[in-house]
Design a protein around this ligand. Structure first.
Ligand code: SIN
Length: 287
């Protein structure tokens, strides 16, 4: 079975076919998938009835997986798995029920933000034959490239505060009480370059999101707020985005340096949605 890469969006996104992720891939097939990932920034596989172990094994080939300490969203057997779901058991949510409600990149508030995220669809809500709960992705490398030179110059060398507290305040907590995060509080607000250099392909990427970017270091408050709003809006212009319409057994992987994402909450609370996410640990954001 030969691996094939079918680009699907103008700025990012590709479908990978010809790979059976329930089995270990040979080095050549994996190298082709890895290259496609760094080129297209979001890749997806359809029809992969993976177990949690399969997902962990495959995604760990991209790098060390983060192990979660937050009991509420961590899978009970696999600390590498973050559960995204609106399902309740015994009156309690089994995972994060509003993950992705704002444009963001995963782990931006960490000193070493996540490098890669992989989300597997176990249950997908549907209505009238169409699945709901799409995820939108935006290429922030394409967004940076498209900036006018004057703006590139203006933001060169700037640093921004990425704040978990801000995200919490805007979303109301992602289904998780603030005190659960006390163990990571020390790292809940960090400073990263506003323009990151991708550690693998060297592309410049805007690092500003609606969710986490709270201020720009050294700028007056109003200027900082306006610049964040302008850049965050620019990043998600339709020409930089790809919208993924989920099917059960999809695995979607995205690059947390060169993309940001946002989920669509267009399904009723009574329609179950269940996703398992693994994340590859990243390094410090480069500039
Ligand atoms: C996430 O933000 O990691 C989850 C996105 C989604 O559930 O669509």
């Amino acid at each position: 079975m030969a691996v094939q890469v079918k680009p699907c969006g103008s700025a990012l996104g590709a479908e990978i076919t010809g790979a059976d992720l329930t089995r270990p891939l040979d080095a050549a097939a994996f190298a082709q998938i890895r290259a496609a990932f760094y080129q297209h920034e979001v890749i997806y596989f359809r029809g992969q009835a993976l177990s949690d172990e399969d997902q962990i094994r495959f995604t760990a080939r991209f790098g060390e997986l983060r192990r979660l300490k937050l009991a509420m969203q961590a899978h009970v057997e696999h600390p590498e798995i973050f559960v995204v779901s609106n399902i309740k058991k015994d009156g309690k949510h089994i995972g994060s029920y509003d993950a992705g409600s704002l444009w963001h990149t995963d782990g931006a508030y960490l000193v070493k933000p996540h490098a890669i995220s992989a989300l597997r669809a176990l249950e997908v809500p549907a209505e009238n034959g169409r699945t709901l709960g799409d995820t939108n992705f935006a290429s922030v490398s394409a967004a940076y490239e498209a900036l006018p030179n004057a703006m590139k110059k203006r933001i060169e060398g700037l640093q921004a505060v990425q704040s978990f507290e801000q995200h919490l305040a805007k979303t109301g907590g992602g289904g998780v009480k603030k005190d659960i995060y006390s163990t990571v509080k020390a790292a809940s607000e960090v400073v990263h370059p506003l323009v990151r250099v991708h550690p693998v392909n060297g592309r410049k990427c805007l690092y500003v999101t609606e969710g986490y970017t709270a201020s720009i270091v050294g700028l007056p408050e109003a200027e900082s707020r306006d610049l964040i709003a302008e850049l965050a809006l620019h990043c998600v212009r339709p020409e930089f985005t790809y919208r993924h319409n989920w099917q059960q057994h999809d695995l979607v992987m995205w690059d947390d340096c060169s993309t940001q994402h946002k989920a669509t909450f267009d399904y009723p609370a009574s329609s179950p949605r269940l996703m398992h996410r693994t994340t590859v640990v990243g390094g410090a954001a480069l500039h």
